[in-house]
Design a protein around this ligand. Sequence first.
Ligand SMILES: [Fe+2]
Ligand SMILES: [Fe+2]
Length: 456
Amino acid sequence: MRDNRKKDGWDEHQIVNKLKIYQEEHQRLTVLFNITRNISTELKLDKLLLIIMDEVRRALKADRCTVFLLDSERKELWSKVAHGEREIRFPSSLGIAGYVAKTGEILNIPDAYADPRFNQEIDKKTGYSTRNVLAFPMRNKLGEIIGVFQVLNKYEGLFSRQDEQLLDAISAIAATQLENAQLYEDQKTTLESFVGTLASTIDARDPLTAGHSNRISLYSDEIAKMINLPQKRREILRYAALLHDYGKIAIREAILCKNGSLSMDEYCHIQEHAMFTKNILKKIHFSRDFKEVPKIAASHHEKMNGSGYPEGLIGDQIPIESRILAVSDVFDALTSKRHYRDRMEFENVMDIMMNNAGTHFDRNIIDAFKKIRIDRLIEILEIDYIDQLRQEDLRYLAHFEVRHLLEVIKDGALNNEEDKMENLFYKYYQRKYFKSEDNEIQDDKIIGPSLKYANC
Ligand SMILES: [Fe+2]
Ligand SMILES: [Fe+2]
């Protein structure tokens, strides 16, 4: 019997062992806690994958970790590499990851090159040298395999039984969050296609305003970037922009598509579209984040001085996103061919926009609009002909903003650069870039100022 044994307890050796086990358990729980905390708020699939890969690599003290997700429809495994910029895909029957996805076995391979399932070609291509591999199936709550963890090159020694257990626990947490993220992205895709379809039904009703909703969403996003609107609000703005005129579905076609000026009654009927937009969109179930879409969309004809419709809201009562829509909407109406006129001269358009700053429009939003880069402005204006825009011209115009152009229009070009910028801008604005055989667009005339932008 050893000296240090106590009658009624553990000896020193046992205590040291127990302490070590507790320490390891504590370390394991800390790792799991940190991983749970770090991944629980991320719903973007790409980012989530990268976070999980990094966390696992650190937790297992290994050089690399890849999470492959199973795409059962295409029978492929896929992942993100190079900071999420590149996607890799391969048949789900190939390599170690493929084997694990198929069999559900855990593979702890001490010498990768000695295992026939290991595909040495990848190492040959990348110059990487794989020593050992721990590959682990990732299962959802139903026990179905949804992906595979592949961890490479333990820093010291080989992957242990403890590493497998730790990866088992991480896998359960990661699987839940990855499924949530996939579900969220699926829902977003469904909403996107639904909103896109609704927007195109409005375009289909009136071919002359075709593309209006899409362009509004693009101009609005440029403005949103200028005022640093948070990403979530930019998404809300996008949906509201695409749907802002949806109420026009309830406007009589004879009035909506009328050539020539409108009577007061007809004008009032058209104005009703904003309220219709709200009433129709309110019937759609928007999830918590997008609840404000109907109100934002319906308030695009409100004016800062309270003289707008449908509610006559004043200043800050108008949601910021609606104030953005108001600017984009009128700009697009004035720069598009309409029933009652063609594209207006750019200086007249901007005069109208600036003269109405403070009364109709929010001054800050007009200022933000002036900061839009000219290449982006042209890309949106001429989005239907985007393939015909010369990349070289756009790269040149990227050095200038709308406010620079306005200065040149007002004071004249001060140097060759400004002169070139102005010429390039008008080349696209006045559609001089079309070849003569493209007669449909050649027919467009640029006409003088008009304050009639009611039908937008
Ligand atoms: Fe409208
Ligand atoms: Fe509109």
